[in-house]
Design a protein around this ligand. Structure first.
Ligand SMILES: Cc1ncc(COP(=O)(O)O)c(C=O)c1O
Length: 388
């Protein structure tokens, strides 16, 4: 087997530069169309609530199977707004996994509610439904907080266990607000992310699988009762005429330029998704025996926002890959209950699954413009690093 030092020498001539996420290659492909879209916005001048916003919302609903889509300024807003619309606030419990991006917990706290941290499943890295059941029973028994919502996260693009989560939500009269920030394009039981829960918040941060050229997000709704309050809260809590405040709201609007960009990105998204899946297949086949790639429950497909696996020698592998010029990332080095901002919500017993994952996960380059040769080369480097 070729060693790490040789691979470092060969990388440029064999596969060129490897990007973790390659937005430039994508832009090259659609630059003319994006420019035309942006020029159209400059021409009509409706920088807020332009026709591209309606068009995007229609397309998002159509593509995901959600009843309605509400474009937002960010993925974080797409979580805060539904929480506010549900009336979640002081004294209310929202159950979230502690192995996620900090925005999940921030959304709950900004709404004024209490995040109740739940451990993750060691194979899927998503919320552990058995532990969720325990935590919900515990909170119900204690009677200090009202059980209001469950916010599962589709980590790295892989939908959480929605059928089982829905049963728990029903048992306790809670609403499921999915944090699908990373999972646009994911699927479960034949339905796309956006149609798996009554409410899903997704993010179009530039590095996401469907990314804007700035901050952006959307609420994907399947609960008609949420449409009016979510739309109103996004626009300062006003009623349909946008003059009279009927509730407390915020400026959570997406700007028209970002919608224009997203429309062109959405047009190529599903081809890109197939390309992501090809890369994931190569990784799974070659690395599945050496490490533990994220697993999915039955009838579930990842949108492959990220490709992540767990390995005991994560730091050695990462260093070797770095030497060869293979960029990697660690999402996340610290679970939320260990972060100062959220430490008040930690429990004495900790969250062993989250802590285990934080020390072992590694995300490999994942984007639709990665060639199969590059993916194989990355596997070769991984194999060489494992032999160190
Ligand atoms: C799991 C998760 N939730 C929420 C967010 C927030 O999205 P945004 O950055 O668009 O506000 C992100 C974005 O990184 C995320 O990864």
């Amino acid at each position: 087997m070729n060693g790490v030092a040789n691979l470092a020498l060969e990388r440029e001539s064999r596969v060129g530069t490897i990007a973790f996420i390659d937005l430039k290659a994508q832009q090259k492909l659609i630059r003319d169309k994006v420019e035309a879209r942006l020029l159209a916005v400059l021409d009509h001048g409706r920088y807020i609530a332009g026709p591209e916003i309606d068009e995007l919302e229609e397309m998002l609903a159509q593509k995901t199977g959600a009843q309605k889509a509400i474009a937002c300024a960010s993925g974080t807003d797409a979580l805060i707004i539904p929480l506010m619309a549900l009336g979640v606030g002081a004294g209310d419990a929202v159950f979230i996994p502690a192995f996620t991006y900090n925005a999940t917990a921030n959304a709950v706290l900004i709404a004024g509610a209490t995040p109740v941290f739940v451990d993750i499943d060691l194979e899927t890295f998503n919320i552990c439904v058995d532990h969720l059941a325990e935590r919900m029973a515990e909170v119900a028994r204690e009677g200090k907080l009202n059980i209001k919502a469950i916010m599962p996260v589709d980590l790295f693009g892989t939908p959480a266990d929605y059928p089982r989560i829905a049963k728990l939500a029903e048992k306790y009269g809670a609403t499921v607000i999915a944090d699908g920030a990373q999972s646009f394009g994911g699927k479960q039981d034949g339905k796309w992310v956006g149609a798996l829960a009554p409410v899903t918040g997704t993010s179009f941060f530039p590095g996401k699988a469907l990314g804007a050229y700035g901050d952006a997000g959307a609420i994907l709704l399947n609960d008609e009762a949420m449409l009016e309050p979510c739309s109103s809260i996004r626009w300062h809590g006003t009623d349909a005429n946008k003059q009279n405040s009927v509730r407390v709201g915020m400026n959570g609007r997406l700007d028209t330029f970002q919608a224009a960009v997203l429309l062109e990105k959405l047009a190529i998204f599903y081809d890109e998704l197939e390309a992501r899946k090809k890369i994931a297949k190569i990784y799974n086949e070659r690395l599945g025996k050496l490490a533990a790639p994220q697993k999915m429950i039955a009838n579930t497909e990842s949108g492959y926002g990220y490709y992540t696996l767990a390995t005991e020698n994560r730091d050695t592998i990462r260093e070797a890959m770095n030497k060869v010029g293979v960029p990697t990332a660690i999402y996340y080095m610290t679970p939320l209950h260990k972060m100062p901002a959220f430490a008040d919500y930690a429990t004495a017993q900790g969250l062993p699954g989250c802590e285990w994952a934080a020390e072992r996960v590694l995300s490999l380059p994942m984007h639709p413009y990665l060639s199969e040769e590059q993916a194989h080369f990355i596997c070769e480097v991984f194999e060489a690093a494992m032999a160190l």
